[in-house]
Design a protein around this ligand. Structure first.
Ligand code: TYD
Ligand code: MG
Length: 458
């Protein structure tokens, strides 16, 4: 007798499987995310039949000649930087980002660059018709690039096409959520379809040794749609971020099996596609109104590269019982902490003021060393004064108000000197190296010193 197809109930948000439907997922707590899905047999060739007996493996040691992963450069230096020095053949990269941020544009440019360098690049578009992709290629001036293109959403057809390929160096799937396999009954975009498509494609990429780039959608809160399972099976997860009101786009690695995850790539969305930005500091400081009150310049680090960025604060009298605190490009909780430290340790009160903090240019700062620059901007705005436009700040502030040393002091100061800054307010501890000699250094050990230097604020 044929076995009846079994169904299970899968949360589309976290991938948890339960035996029956419920309105709320017990695993992640989300509402209305559970969908019935028919589970199918394991894919043929995976060796997962019940009767098969295991084969004995030869166990090895960790020692041995290290095999440096061979990489190929993409021809886009910013992308090479984020991936850790180029793409590893046989690796799988997932690129996620909000709709319209430029994922398809980036990957088309990448495929074209590789095609022109003599590599075989294949682009499968599941979202746009071939004519639309061609139109974009023409707009980007890439129409003559040797890229193989197909508009397809059937996983079976894609795998069959790839099976015929003798030498593919790069395969782009735009996007993984549009693929569907007829072996499964679930709808395209559902957890089981996405998972099955990813697994089959990953298996192909590892066997054929070609680099696979998957586009992944994100949900409204920035998570990659579909289960975490996709992020686990791929080698690298890149997120493409940026504010749609700005032209800057930042590519950030959140997972990388072949390199560090702290590097960022900076691009600018222009009329003719994405342009690489080799010196982001100049870009982020480009439109600065240096005489505006309440702005400071933070000398930050993104990976191994120093980036200078403007921090703007607005502290205005509040008409509300509970004053507003809003922040763009920084953590809300970090701002709350900073205000609390300023109030408790420096005697400055924000109790009757709304506080707005903005990181210029659409950059998102995660470094704690931005504390001192944010504090300077807040104090300057409260006192309605402009800081010296040739001054930079960095340093982490602890809950006691002490200013802690930040890593890579020398690199930050060197970049500041290069861009014409003359003064730096930095932590009292830590070694600024020889690069510190180029600027006038103001070393602060406690936040109070900064508050006092910026004058009486009440
Ligand atoms: P797209 O790559 O389609 O985004 P995604 O695949 O992430 O959804 O990019 C679409 C946006 O980029 C669109 O809003 C227009 C803009 N754009 C430009 O500004 N210049 C260009 O040359 C191209 C191709 C797109
Ligand atoms: Mg797209």
């Amino acid at each position: 007798m044929a076995k009846a197809a079994k169904s299970s109930f899968v949360c589309q948000s976290c991938g948890a499987i339960s035996a029956r439907w419920s309105g709320k997922c017990v695993s992640c707590g989300d509402w209305n995310t559970i969908v019935e899905e028919v589970t199918s047999a394991p894919p043929p060739g995976s060796g997962l039949t019940r009767a098969s007996k295991g084969r004995t493996l030869t166990l090895e040691t960790l020692a041995g000649a290290p095999e440096e992963a061979p990489r190929f450069l993409t021809g886009m230096p910013e992308l090479d930087r984020v991936t850790g020095g180029g793409i590893v053949p046989g690796s799988v990269l997932l690129i996620s980002g909000e709709p319209g941020i430029g994922k398809s544009t980036l990957l088309l440019q990448l495929a074209a660059a590789l095609g022109r360098a003599g590599r075989r690049a294949i682009y499968f578009s599941g979202e746009e018709a071939a004519a639309q992709v061609r139109l974009r290629a023409a707009r980007l001036g890439l129409a003559d690039a040797p890229v193989a293109l197909a508009a397809e959403t059937s996983l079976t057809n894609i795998l069959a096409t790839l099976g015929e390929e003798k030498r593919a160096d790069l395969v782009v799937i735009d996007s993984i959520q549009t693929l569907w396999s007829d072996a499964l009954e679930a709808a395209p975009g559902s957890v089981s379809q996405v998972r099955a498509a990813t697994q089959s494609l990953v298996r192909y990429a590892k066997q054929a040794g070609c680099a696979l780039l998957l586009v992944g959608h994100v949900t409204k809160d920035g998570q990659i749609a579909g289960p975490k399972a996709v992020e686990h099976v791929v080698d690298t997860v890149l997120s493409f971020e940026g504010d749609r009101g700005h032209t800057y786009r930042i590519l950030r690695a959140t997972k990388n099996r072949f390199g560090a995850t702290d590097e960022i790539g900076v691009f600018e969305m222009a009329g003719s596609g994405l342009k690489e930005v080799a010196n982001p500091s100049e870009l982020f400081l480009g439109e600065r109104d240096a005489k505006a009150p309440g702005t400071s310049v933070f000398a930050g680090m993104e990976g191994t590269r120093p980036i200078l960025v403007e921090i703007q604060a607005l502290v205005a009298p509040s008409g509300l019982g509970v004053p507003r605190r809003a922040v763009v490009g920084w953590e809300q909780s970090r701002l709350a902490m900073l205000i609390a430290v300023l109030e408790a340790r420096c005697g400055v009160s924000f109790a009757h003021h709304d506080v707005y903090l903005n990181v210029a240019g659409g950059l998102r700062i995660v470094e704690p060393a931005a504390d001192l620059a944010a504090a300077a901007a807040l104090l300057a705005s409260l006192g309605n004064r402009a800081l010296d436009p040739k001054q930079i700040h960095f340093g982490e502030i602890s809950l006691s108000g002490a200013v802690r040393a930040a890593p890579h002091m020398g690199l930050r100061l060197k970049e500041a000197a290069k861009l014409g800054f003359t003064e730096a307010t930095i932590p009292a501890s830590g070694d600024p190296n020889a690069d510190g000699a180029k600027l006038k250094l103001r070393r602060v050990a406690h936040l109070k010193e900064l508050a006092e230097a910026l004058g009486p604020c009440d």
